[in-house]
Design a protein around this ligand. Sequence first.
Ligand code: SF4
Ligand code: SF4
Length: 474
Amino acid sequence: METPENEIFRDSISTITEEGKRAWVYPKKPSGRYYDKRKLVSYGLLAFLLASPFLKIGGNQFLMFNVLERRFNIFGFPFWPQDFHLFVISMIIGVVFITLFTVAFGRIFCGWICPQTIFMEMVFRRIEYWIEGDRNKQRKLARQKWDAEKIRKKGLKLLIFLIISFLIANVFLAYLIGGDRLLEYIAEGPFSHMGTLIPLVIFTAVFYFVFAWFREQVCVIACPYGRLQGVLLDTKSVVVAYDYKRGEGTNGRKKFRKNEDRQALGHGDCIDCLQCVHVCPTGIDIRNGTQLECVNCTACIDECDHIMENINLPKGLIRYASEENIKNNVKFRLTARMKGYIAVLTILIGILTGMLFLRNEVEANVLRLPGQLYEHKEDNIISNVFTYKLVNKTTGDIEDVTLKLMSHKGTLKLVATSNDFTVPKQGIAEGTLFIEINNSALTGDRNKIKIGVFAGDKLIETCTANFLGPRSYK
Ligand code: SF4
Ligand code: SF4
């Protein structure tokens, strides 16, 4: 099927030429009310992002994603492999929340919160403006031969980009291995930890590649969230949109002429100055309609507002609006789909809260040793052998720990350690134990027994296990 003429722009990507080569984007430096707000939000988020692996709550790192050791901290709350279900629910809540937000407000997350945009637009791009100047100067420098000025500017930029990429890589590593451990490694010297230094160099190279070269291609081509926009957005989603009714008028967009009565001539308010295109970091023309490449950065809103101010027309020709809002002048309201997402989100948050309240600080597991039956000893005593594992999820040692048989009269003996031990903070204690019960107290070949974990006199956790006995005693 042939693409309609007004949709032809969707057949190609603005950052790739017809020959398939990269079309480098030199966006104009943005300015305006939204850009000022985004700067403030970015500073806050950058501080949060850089500080989180080094902040602690109750002794726990504020945010940690230690994939190798399968330990995760979210807002200072530690998740162990045993809490995997809680971690999964938290992740699902995150996904539903972002989905709901996207259905309602489009790709607003990309423009305001995504670390890629924040680092690209608020850190690397601003350094580029500082060294190479605004759009026109950058284009001139790119065309310029490799003279002293170009070598100096490009060299300085490369060096600063590399240093920042290295810093970001360190912070990224702190999220993975823990802030304390990273600082420890730095103090001991990086060459004492080659296993960590090599990933650090790789991360630095990846960040440098992304921010110095790949740039907007992350949002346009690589990001899976960006690809989802097509299914999440509908005509009621509020996005950065061009008011085509106002912009095109009845006679289309026309260049600005002084003292011309545009309204009488039927001209739209768009004066085709292309400033919204020049300022766009993904190189698109928002006047073509909502596009997957748009990261909702608001730069075109600010730029068009400047133009409207200069020609004495009302601001907001490009603004946050939905297709319905522009077409039928309908105000934003919650759709059935949004209500559905809100209901799911509320239920999930309720489940997670309940599970967090019910979660034990100590996890105890006692399992029969695989392949072992039971031993029939003197005086009609039946003995079973078990393995035990205690996980201390708290940030303090748990001392004077004893295991006691609670459901039956009998004895519980730990192998190779006394039944009065310490489980280290955020650590594990494991081993083997024997339980002996008089046969007369058993009710069959399979008996459910209950074991209590005590810290001193205080019962801190219980668990159950199967105790085997002779079949004839059922
Ligand atoms: S900045 Fe505004 S007036 Fe200029 S081309 Fe874009 S939409 Fe039209
Ligand atoms: S179209 Fe506007 S909001 Fe979208 S990416 Fe370009 S400048 Fe940002």
